[in-house]
Design a protein around this ligand. Structure first.
Ligand SMILES: Nc1ncnc2c1ncn2[C@@H]1O[C@H](COP(=O)(O)OP(=O)(O)OP(=O)(O)O)[C@@H](O)[C@H]1O
Length: 300
């Protein structure tokens, strides 16, 4: 699927919300889309879905089945949840019950749409977007208002669809998909769509280096805002030891332990002095990263 010079404005005299966006999406891509309030994220999702037509440029190669879960599910309809989803299944095809089960909607099926809580209404929007096995799934703040059980279920659902070749684009400020490998990241600023995928790598490098017992993180690996300590787009890289020199590679040696850390869209391997391993693991896990020794012994 390709966006070529895509621009969009709602009214002829209005400024463009999206300006000359160029991007390519391949089967299996998962994109996290961010931008300030009013930046144009929902507009871009609706353009991708084909609900809005570009006022300039073109979108080509859109998969046949498209699912869009809006940020605000329209609840002013005289249906119960199961009545609505049955109706949508007749219109769009597909089966909604397996999705309703995974999204913990069992208690909701007989409830009228207008009586649903915000989070429950959101689940209905997700189920209707998923039911037709979309080749393009567009999610507008998919984690907003979800209970924790359903929250945890959504990334595996996205990963499964992606593994089956679907393109997924999610406007998401909560970082709910950041544990997925190879997550792409787009940002809209002043109407411009920018691919920002590599930018997270130095942030993690900074966090990793921040555990150094000898001096600040910024000194150890170039800093969060400084030069990347890890090559952008590299998914398994050794960064400088927390005890190492500026920009240096792993120190190694029998007193060091290799630790694999992943999360935030990147996976890196770092070398930690054995004596600092416990504190390092605790800090990384406390910040939501998966961290485990890949060489040497865990010291606690
Ligand atoms: N139907 C509409 N008619 C006219 N202008 C609109 C319409 N929908 C959105 N806009 C304007 O387009 C711009 C982008 O809106 P959009 O909803 O796409 O932003 P967003 O990034 O999704 O915002 P948020 O994070 O607040 O959900 C805003 O200035 C908004 O006021």
């Amino acid at each position: 699927m390709r966006l070529t010079d895509v621009s969009f404005r709602y009214r002829r005299r209005d400024p463009s919300v999206i300006r000359e966006a160029d991007a390519e999406l391949s089967p299996g891509d998962v994109v996290e889309l961010t931008g300030a309030n009013g930046a144009g994220k929902s507009t871009l999702l609706r353009l991708l879905a084909g609900l809005l037509r570009p006022t300039g440029g073109a979108i080509t190669g859109r998969p046949a089945a498209v699912g869009l879960a809006p940020d605000r599910f329209p609840g002013e309809q005289p249906f119960t949840v199961s009545g609505y989803l049955d109706h949508m299944a007749r219109v769009c095809g597909g089966r909604w019950r397996p999705w309703a089960e995974r999204l913990n909607m069992g208690q909701l099926l007989g409830v009228r749409l207008r009586e649903l809580s915000k989070g429950s209404a959101h689940k209905v929007g997700l189920a209707q977007a998923l039911m037709a096995e979309p080749g393009l799934l567009l999610l507008d703040e998919p984690f907003a208002g979800l209970d924790s059980g359903t929250r945890d279920e959504l990334p595996p659902i996205v990963a499964e669809l992606s593994a089956r070749g679907a393109i997924v684009v999610a406007a998401d400020h909560q970082g709910g998909l950041r544990d997925l490998p190879s997550l792409r990241h787009w940002t809209i600023t002043d109407g411009r769509l920018v691919e920002t995928t590599p930018a997270r790598t130095p942030v993690l490098a900074g966090k990793l280096a921040g555990t150094t017992p000898q001096g600040p993180a910024e000194d150890a690996v170039g800093g969060i805002a400084g030069e990347p300590a890890v090559t952008p787009d590299t998914t398994a890289t050794t960064v400088g030891s927390p005890a190492g020199e500026a920009g240096g590679r792993a120190v190694g040696g029998s007193a060091d332990v290799g630790v694999g850390v992943d999360g935030g869209g990147v996976a890196v391997e770092v070398t930690v002095p054995a004596g600092d391993l416990g504190a390092f693991l605790e800090r990384m896990r406390g910040e939501g990263y998966r961290a485990r020794p890949v060489s040497g012994e865990e010291s606690r």
